[in-house]
Design a protein around this ligand. Structure first.
Ligand code: PL3
Ligand code: FE2
Ligand code: FE2
Length: 232
């Protein structure tokens, strides 16, 4: 029987690793900062859930601080301009939906798509992270399930009224995520994270989320593959 493959040791101090980390770390910090803003915005849009949404927002601020510490620990300066550009389209779509008071689209973007993106990325990162970052990321990922759950519950409770709106939001936003995965592929590989694994984990997490909200298997699969081809 073949021996279990030993995990190759990763040189967290190499220039190659630190260069890739300057972008990935920035993406995560920017993602957490925008998640904070997005939950504050959602708290304004859903005054009946204000306290809960503000407490979710505060978790995002802690996450951003945690990941900033991960960068400092490796003596990496995050490339925040790169990260703002990375999120700009998705961010623009959230802002536009918020202006139109479109709660459903805002929840799909933040609580389903972005949270599933974060959950899959963090779960793949944990086994290959340095010790400091692993502990931080393990704490963060637990919170992200709470954020995802908030979105699932709200959309499920209103499913009949919002089903079509969710499908539209999916069509407009999921292709952006597949493109973002392509953009981060090379840097993620330097961190020992494979794009195929990211896609697999994201697909599982987001598919489960759509099923929890109320979509059947055929609808879920159709929604998941939307934009996958054009991004490949
Ligand atoms: C919501 O709470 C947070 C949103 C963050 C989104 C992060 C997406 C990350 C994609 C980049 C893949 C590499 C991840 C590395 C992990 C440190
Ligand atoms: Fe977060
Ligand atoms: Fe979150």
């Amino acid at each position: 029987m073949p021996q279990l493959e030993a995990t190759p040791t990763i040189d967290y101090q190499s220039d190659t690793y630190k260069d890739a980390y300057s972008r990935i770390n920035a993406i995560v910090i920017e993602g957490e900062n925008e998640a904070y803003d997005n939950f504050v915005k959602l708290a304004e849009m859903l005054p009946e859930n204000k306290d809960e949404l503000i407490s979710l927002a505060k978790m995002e601020r802690r996450h951003a601080k945690g990941f900033q510490a991960c960068g400092r620990n490796l003596e990496v300066t995050p490339d925040m301009d790169f990260a703002r550009e990375f999120f700009s389209k998705l961010h623009g779509n959230f802002e536009k939906a918020a202006e139109e008071d479109d709660i459903v689209t805002c929840l799909v973007i933040q609580a389903l798509i972005i949270e599933c993106f974060a959950i899959s990325a963090y779960n793949i990162y944990i086994p290959v992270a340095d010790d400091f970052a692993r502990k931080i990321t393990e704490g963060v990922v637990k919170d992200e399930y709470t954020h995802l759950n908030y979105g699932e519950e709200w959309l499920k409770a209103n499913f009949d009224d919002v089903k079509e709106r969710i499908e539209t939001a999916n069509r407009e936003n999921l292709p952006l995520v597949w493109k973002m995965l392509n953009q981060v592929e090379n840097d993620a590989r330097v961190l020992n994270m494979e794009k195929e694994e990211l896609i697999e984990d994201f697909t599982i997490a987001y598919g489960e989320a759509l099923a929890n909200v109320g979509f059947n298997t055929r609808e879920t699969v159709r929604m998941l593959t939307h934009g996958l081809r054009s991004a490949a």
